[in-house]
Ligand binder design. Sequence first.
Ligand code: SAH
Ligand code: SF4
Length: 358
Amino acid sequence: MKRFLPDFAYDEIAAEFAPSFRAAQIFQWVYRRYVTDFEQISTLPKTMRADLAERFTLEGVAIAAKQTSEDGSVKYLFRLADGHTIEAVLLLMREEQRDDEEHTLKQAQYTICLSTQVGCKIGCAFCMTAKGGFERNLSAGEIVSQVLLIKRDRLMDAEKGLNIVYMGMGEPLDNLDNVAKAIAILSCKDGLNISPRRQTLSTSGISPKIAALGKMNLGVLLAISLHAVDNETRLRLMPINKAYDIASIIAAVRAYPIDLRKRVMFEYLMIKGINDSLECAKKLVKLLSGLRAKVNLIAFNPHEGSDFERPSAAAIEAFQRLLLDRGLLCVVRQSRGIDIDAACGQLRERLGVKAALV
Ligand code: SAH
Ligand code: SF4
């Protein structure tokens, strides 16, 4: 069976195609020139192209559907080789700015939110992905391909810088080996060239795996989905809290490599009447004291079949104000793409798990 090329790191390709500059050429043509057929790699000798095509394929992930939001964000549904579907979202963080003569002053800025698994085992009460259960891990190539296919679909300049967040479907630390490999492939200079510092891994808090990630020293930034300040509430929202409670997560963050620890982000999903009181805000300040943390407040994104509600804008603002007043860095994450159900798992659910068409 042919192997899926995006599953392979630069060194692995270099080991099969000597001399080593051949690997650079293959990476450049696949990830920077967006070829879909090895035959198009005109700088490779014909025999090597044939050899490549005999052993490898570029087919394995395809765009099945997309939906554009009013704010310019685009949600993609991808179909994998075995028929499963996953989602990724291209988030427009800043629009292009032009002067009166239509010259670009500032380029548009994008962040891509990637999936790491088909479904998820963690089963958080508020999450759409959790509803479908767990199917399987994504391979490194299936993770990398989400970025490649979005860039190719948009005909995005290869030089265009992007940020990556592993905040789509799945728990990245539950698929750490493949995610680590994807981080490395995405950062390859001859390929997509996205530095690990521009990649943020978000986890529900599997404490021992946070330690393992720290030891790997990949240079990736860490985000913790905290969502509650006491174990009782957190357990209600996230069953994983039974195995790894809040104290164990904070301890794991304190032990994370120093330069990266400085910028750990804590995500706090605000749900009306559950974790949105000022009492909670005070406890949050206490919990994170001594950590150079940044808090990302997210308003719950309602979906069908969920009993939770989104807090009022005033409640979110009051919560944020308290944190800021006490010196805790805090931003309210804009609900980009809210009209396209951009909380991952929602498009897939709505279109049916094995959606067919663009
Ligand atoms: N499994 C990892 C990464 C994927 S989830 C994690 O949990 O961190 C990415 C983020 O989306 C998490 O912070 C999660 O809490 C948030 N999320 C899930 N469902 C949501 C919803 N309905 N509204 C808003 N955010 C949601
Ligand atoms: Fe999994 Fe994250 Fe959803 Fe929880 S929030 S079920 S960990 S994807």
